[in-house]
Design a protein around this ligand. Structure first.
Ligand code: RIB
Ligand code: CA
Length: 315
């Protein structure tokens, strides 16, 4: 059997981040080395508590390390309390938390783990890119140990916080600039595809039939997330943004990508935080520095989600 793909998930749970972690932790294709957290959907303290609760509830035995509390340069948009609630993971009620936080800073965990690994590691950021940007700047020696950066963020079309910018990129556009220009392979799962995987009530009912702890948690997460998405955007279901990174890693055929030049607008103007994607290859000399997702097999995506939920202990 080929070697498991080593992953570090850098996240801001966040309902959709939580589902991405669920899809990674028990999949036999992966060796999840750890989870690092970053300010985004909520404060870094709150999203860290959420990551610990998630791991404890699902018996995911990996280090959880708290990362950056603020972006590298500018203050980003406010936390997304309107979508994820006061805790950042409103909805489920977890038992008293006993899982301990790993004392290493998230940035240091990324550096130490990459340098110590005897083979390259895939980074899966599903929040702002602050930790990844800081790690690259603090210790450039990690670069050859990065197999790929598979991130949720950006869009080649429209933003979701401003007309130009998607939340994860906008929170720390300068960090995103570092990541997209670091020279390692980047796969960008943007809003263009994540808005096609709306977790509407029919999907929740389908996953309610999965009688595992992960199935139960998925339903509790999505019932809350769908309620806020309807309240804020009028949608019948929440877009499962972050799990598209795991669908790409689990079954690359599920997602169509196109190599193109992507540059992050860090000018501070009305398009600050935009992922400027050269969709038509107009910039002949520009390096094609990212694979950008341009299509998703929605049916296969939900099958992957369901298969993932079934990998956990029965209720
Ligand atoms: O714009 C969507 C992204 O921002 C998702 O990763 C969501 O969890 C929030 O972090
Ligand atoms: Ca996220």
């Amino acid at each position: 059997m080929s070697e498991k793909r080593r992953l570090i998930i850098d996240c801001d749970p966040g309902h959709d981040d939580a589902v991405a972690v669920i899809m990674a932790a028990r999949n036999p294709k992966f060796e999840l080395l750890g989870i690092t957290t970053v300010r985004g959907n909520q404060t870094v303290d709150k999203v860290t508590t959420n990551a610990l609760n998630l791991c404890q509830y699902l018996d995911i035995d990996v280090p959880v390390c708290k990362g950056m509390t603020r972006p590298m340069v500018r203050e980003g948009p406010p936390v997304e309390e309107r979508l994820h609630g006061e805790t950042g993971l409103d909805g489920p009620v977890f038992p008293p938390l006993t899982k301990k936080l790993d004392p290493r800073h998230g940035v240091d965990f990324i550096i130490e783990t990459l340098l110590a690994s005897d083979r390259p590691v895939t980074l899966v950021p599903t929040g702002a890119l602050t930790n990844i940007g800081m790690a690259i700047r603090k210790e450039p020696k990690i670069l050859p140990k990065i197999e790929e950066i598979v991130l949720m963020g950006g869009s080649y079309q429209h933003g979701n916080v401003t007309p130009a910018a998607e939340f994860n990129i906008l929170v720390d556009a300068e960090a995103a600039h570092i990541v997209f220009s670091c020279g390692r392979p980047v796969a960008m799962m943007g809003l263009d595809i994540t808005r096609q995987v709306l977790c509407h009530p029919g999907i929740v009912d389908r996953m309610r039939q999965v009688k595992t702890k992960a199935g139960k948690l998925f339903v509790e997460l999505m019932e809350y997330f769908s309620m806020t998405q309807k309240r804020v955007f009028g949608w019948e279901g929440g877009p499962l943004h972050d799990p598209t990174t795991m669908a790409y890693l689990i079954d690359p055929d599920c997602i169509e990508t196109r190599e193109m030049n992507v540059q992050i607008d860090i000018t501070g103007g009305p398009s600050h935080g935009r992922t400027n994607c050269d969709f038509f290859g107009l910039l002949k000399e520009a390096p094609k520095n990212a694979k950008v997702a341009i299509g998703i097999n929605v049916e296969r995506f939900w099958d992957i989600v369901e298969e993932s939920l079934k990998m956990y202990d029965p209720l």
